[in-house]
Design a protein around this ligand. Structure first.
Ligand code: H2U
Ligand code: ZN
Length: 347
């Protein structure tokens, strides 16, 4: 298929990580967007909010008091989704199957400053978040095969609090998404003797069409098979299966690309860009892991402006994920934004 046809005719693209297809209908979006692009209500959060349960020294819903923390602060989630002492409820009765779960859930405050999200933090503070992720992993992988680190950002995304924070849920089982990626990367490695995502990133670097940010160690790109309009895959350029294997230089370049990517996101619609992001890496289950390349997914729910959202409904729920704007167009829009945060440009 020619390049033009891919930008103008409906087609399906295959996602080799999930083994799912996505329907792309670029003809519906080939027109440049002429609608209003809202300026953010330029709402500025205060550096400290006495009502915020994540700010230093404040009381949480559980009655526990946060430390007067100075950089990253981690505490046990007061409403954990998985409990350490899981009930023994294994059951298999025909179509009724139940499996016991145990785990640990924590909240990670990125900064004592209530107002500063990732793109507004300095590189040193982002490095501290990366170090905290690694420390949490070292602690939790002792007990749990899957340590899911993630961040829900923005009210539109179900995030309950603007204070910059992420979470970790570690569990006694390999959750669905992780199991699927494990299976697909493994099958690819067994047949081609090379990691799927390493082959993929090399091809994308040759094409440079879907890449938004790139440095010596990392690439952030809108995947060929992206479902969400501005979905992103952040991955290393060399075979690294886990964040805890990174050198200090690789952590520094990771902090840099995280800042650049989230800055471009904010600049796209001049708003604090909402997303769900999370890390995938080799499971801590003692199995061979040459097929694994660590990576982060970013799934932003926005479509055309700070308030126009993409919904996964209708055909998408009933049949298959669908998108209008092509991944190539989305990548270009993000590349065309400034890498200096809009709040600093004072426009
Ligand atoms: P989200 O905004 O991404 O939902 O994260 C907030 C988390 O913080 C959420 O999982 C926890 C919630 O359970 N939390 C506490 O642990 N203590 C509190 O006092 C309020 C919220
Ligand atoms: Zn706060």
């Amino acid at each position: 298929m020619s390049h033009e046809t891919l930008q103008s005719k409906p087609h399906r693209r295959f996602n080799p990580l999930s083994n799912k297809w996505v329907l792309v209908s670029p003809q519906r979006a080939s027109r440049p967007w002429k609608g209003k692009v809202e300026k953010e209500k330029l709402h500025q959060e205060p550096s400290y909010d006495q009502e915020c349960y994540l700010c230093p020294g404040n009381i949480r819903a559980s009655g526990l008091v946060n430390d007067e923390y100075k950089d990253v602060y981690i505490f046990d989630n007061d409403f954990a989704a998985i409990e350490e002492n899981g009930a023994d409820i294994n059951l298999k009765d025909g179509l009724f199957q139940t499996e016991a779960v145990s785990g640990n859930c924590k909240v990670i405050c990125y900064s004592p400053d209530h107002s500063k999200t990732m793109p507004e933090l300095d590189i040193n503070s982002i490095q501290k978040i990366i170090d905290a992720w690694c420390k949490l992993y070292f602690e939790l992988e002792q007990k749990y095969p899957w340590v899911q680190i993630f961040e829900n950002k923005g009210e539109i995304n179900g995030c309950s609090n603007p204070h910059p924070h992420g979470q970790v849920w570690a569990g006694s089982f390999l959750p669905d998404e992780a199991a699927r990626e494990d299976r697909e990367q493994k099958a690819y490695f067994e047949s081609l003797k090379s990691p799927l995502l390493l082959d993929y990133v090399k091809q994308e670097i040759k094409l440079m069409e879907r890449i938004v940010c790139i440095n010596d160690d990392w690439v952030a790109l809108v995947p060929y098979w992206a479902s969400w309009p501005f979905e992103m895959l952040l991955l290393p350029r060399t075979p690294i299966s886990h964040m805890t294997d990174l050198t200090d230089e690789q952590k520094l370049s990771l902090a840099r690309i995280l800042k650049e990517l989230t800055t471009r996101y904010d600049n796209l619609f001049n708003c604090s860009f909402p997303y769900s992001m999370g890390w995938h890496w080799r499971p801590a289950n003692g199995q061979p892991s040459e097929h694994w390349i660590m990576h982060a997914h970013f799934y932003p729910p926005l479509l055309r402006s700070a308030t126009i959202q993409k919904f996964m409904v209708g055909y998408e729920l009933m049949a298959e994920t669908q998108r209008d704007i092509s991944p190539e167009q989305a990548a270009k829009m993000l590349r065309d934004t400034s890498d200096i945060h809009y709040k600093l440009r004072g426009e």
